[in-house]
Ligand binder design. Sequence first.
Ligand SMILES: NC(=O)c1ccc[n+]([C@@H]2O[C@H](COP(=O)([O-])OP(=O)(O)OC[C@H]3O[C@@H](n4cnc5c(N)ncnc54)[C@H](OP(=O)(O)O)[C@@H]3O)[C@@H](O)[C@H]2O)c1
Length: 247
Amino acid sequence: MSLSGKIAVVTGGSRGIGRAISQRLAALGALVIVNYVSNSSAADETVQSIRNAGGKGEAVQFNVAVSEEIEAAFKKILEAHGQVDILVNNAGITRDTLLMKMKDEQWDEVLNTNLKGVFLCTKAVSRAMMKQRWGRIINITSVVGFAGNAGQANYAAAKAGIVGFTKSVARELASRGITVNGVAPGYIVTDMTRDLSDEVTNKIMAEIPMGVLGEAEDIAGAVSYLASDDARYVTGQFIHVNGGMYM
Ligand SMILES: NC(=O)c1ccc[n+]([C@@H]2O[C@H](COP(=O)([O-])OP(=O)(O)OC[C@H]3O[C@@H](n4cnc5c(N)ncnc54)[C@H](OP(=O)(O)O)[C@@H]3O)[C@@H](O)[C@H]2O)c1
């Protein structure tokens, strides 16, 4: 499996799952644009780790929820590299609380970053991918988008929205050589899940047949398959990487 000569953009590529995806795509030969919103030192660390391993990467700041920032960033990326072959829509946030306590802002922030961001970035690359008649768009959803979760109505709505979006865009772009798929992680050890109480973690573990939390690299493996030529006939699909938590 080689991604040599490919240009990949990974939103939220600076930390956690996005970092592992960036490192994996770079290890397979792609030049990886590592996006972040505010933590430039984490993004620099990721790029440095890619370069130390002999790969190519660069950090680019933009907020996936702001359409002007995305337009400007993708214009620059396309001017500099001439193409974007792989887009991984990974950036995401949580603002967890029960429905009765959920504020409009908590709903809007999560929907804007986790769902509108996927729409905006996908739109920004689709014209260039259509012209080159090759593209891979991979959207990171969640087990919560399929199964729901108390305290995460905003997050689950956004992640389930990604499912419908992915299947629709897969149908629109299929004849142009562009595949659009998703990966649905279960519980993965990252900053997003690190601070869960022992009680919550134990409850989650009890629902995972494999009995362990996942690693960011587990998600990177599924993404790299979908980005490769091996997956050329796969579109509108989701790979569930969750230790059996949801079947
Ligand atoms: N961890 C899990 O168990 C789990 C399970 C299912 C799904 N997921 C999904 O997997 C993805 C990655 O999660 P993670 O656990 O790796 O999260 P994380 O460790 O919290 O990292 C989040 C990443 O997203 C970036 N980001 C956040 N808001 C952004 C914005 N508005 N614009 C651009 N970048 C933004 C962050 O950039 P900065 O560094 O600049 O803040 C960071 O790189 C998310 O979509 C998440 O919903 C995670």
